[in-house]
Design a protein around this ligand. Sequence first.
Ligand SMILES: [Zn+2]
Ligand SMILES: [Zn+2]
Length: 241
Amino acid sequence: MFFLFPLFHIIYLRTLLSHENIFLHLIGGVALFFIMHNLGPSIGYHKLFAHAAFVPRSFYPFLSVYISMLCFVGGPLGYTVIHTLHHKYADQEMDPHAPNRGRLYAYMGWMLTFKLKEIPKMVLKLRKQYPWMSSIENWDVVVLSLSYLLFYYISVSLFLCILLGGLLSGHLNGLVNAFAHCNHGDLGDSDLSLDRPFFAKYLNQVFNHRNHHVNLHNYDTTTFLAKDDQVFFIKYFLQKK
Ligand SMILES: [Zn+2]
Ligand SMILES: [Zn+2]
């Protein structure tokens, strides 16, 4: 994904600049970014898989994996490994993307150097709960490439809007990793997560990041404690009745 992500920026820009109605395609891409990011990485990978925040309707795990793959996040098990270790070892040596190794490292660079030393229990649980996940885990590049090829041949406008949505979603994940934790000092033994209210309001609530690290139950839609922007949508459309 480290190489594919920049490559798709070039493909996107070349296609966009040779097309009419650039502005309309930008608006369409930004609109799709909010839909794709929420349905894929934010509610699916983050809340459902990494935090087991709710019991989903049967279609939703498949949908969220497909959308997240289009958003350059990779497979669900890999994401869950990284995110679970991030919470467990926040800003310590074992944190996969602590920004006190550098903002750019936290944004993307960690993908080149990360070495798996521990498989979190949550991943074993996911494998058991969704046996199909292991078989699709490493097919993300194929799924992503074939899907965008298909979108291109169906409609260049469709391709441009979905691809911009996916690229922006990938950047949002990088932004959270790089700027929702403090980068001062050496790798320490404390959680240096920060709240970024502006980004939380206009981009995604995950930027209320200190709050997320300290109050993990805020995301648990199976309890009455859950309180965030996505709860209503999850309860009515994605949660098993
Ligand atoms: Zn989290
Ligand atoms: Zn964090």
